[in-house]
Design a binder for this molecule. Structure first.
Ligand code: AP5
Ligand code: MG
Length: 190
């Protein structure tokens, strides 16, 4: 099954993806992690995108599309991907559908984690003290939240229309959300 996990910064996309990845033997495709690896490895792409990421803006659709196609086209990931952080706007959602069609795949469920800006700020600042992610500070967290708010609604409408969207209260505890997500996945596994 292919899953999209959607939500603002700090919503718990990465945390929940790692849990589902293990439990259902899937593969977490985090575009944020892939981009941060490019920066860490000081690749040409990494040099080009580091200031964009650190300011909380989105990297171009074209760059991210190229990164994800590599994973979608890989036969061993077929119909077992968790998209964490992609798509982020309506063009990316349509592009993802086209890519999946090209490789005979589809999305089975879209999990949206809802959290408030207050929670986002609190979680991002907590994580900053542990992980030292370069885009984790209060100003960038607010910017990333605003970027999310500006582009997310058409994506949510798009998946609502195709009946794939499930909205989850991301303010609950990590284990409570684990349980809710497992229930949703089991219900579509049939
Ligand atoms: P990305 O890495 O995707 O960052 P993000 O969307 O801002 O989300 P985060 O990774 O910060 O949060 P998360 O939802 O994964 O939460 P987590 O589980 O870590 O993207 C980074 C940047 O890359 C973007 O700004 C953009 O520039 C670029 N980019 C990426 N994808 C792109 C795309 N498709 N197009 C263009 N550009 C793109 O949890 C956060 C913290 O809270 C953790 O410490 C965790 O332990 C804690 N926590 C989690 N859940 C709970 C809970 N329920 N209760 C209490 N604490 C919790
Ligand atoms: Mg993440």
């Amino acid at each position: 099954m292919n899953i999209i996990i959607f939500g603002p910064p700090g919503a718990g996309k990465g945390t929940q993806s790692k849990f589902i990845e293990k439990k259902y033997n899937l593969f977490q495709l985090s575009t944020g992690e892939l981009l941060r690896n490019e920066i860490k490895n000081k690749t040409q792409l990494g040099l080009e995108i580091s200031s964009i990421i650190n300011s909380g803006d989105l990297v171009s659709d074209e760059i991210v599309s190229k990164l994800i196609e590599k994973y979608i086209s890989d036969q061993k990931n077929k119909q077992r991907l968790i998209f964490d952080g992609y798509p982020r706007n309506i063009d990316q959602a349509k592009n993802l559908d086209n890519l999946l069609k090209k490789y005979n795949q589809k999305i089975d469920i879209v999990l949206k984690l809802s959290v408030s800006l207050e929670t986002v700020k609190k979680r991002i600042l907590e994580r900053q003290s542990q992980e030292k992610r370069s885009d984790d500070n209060e100003l960038t967290a607010i910017k990333r939240f605003k970027t999310y708010e500006q582009s997310s609604q058409p994506v949510l409408d798009y998946y609502k229309e195709s009946n794939l969207l499930k909205v989850i209260n991301g303010e609950a505890t990590i284990p409570e959300i684990n349980i809710e997500i497992s229930g949703l996945i089991e219900s579509i596994k049939g």
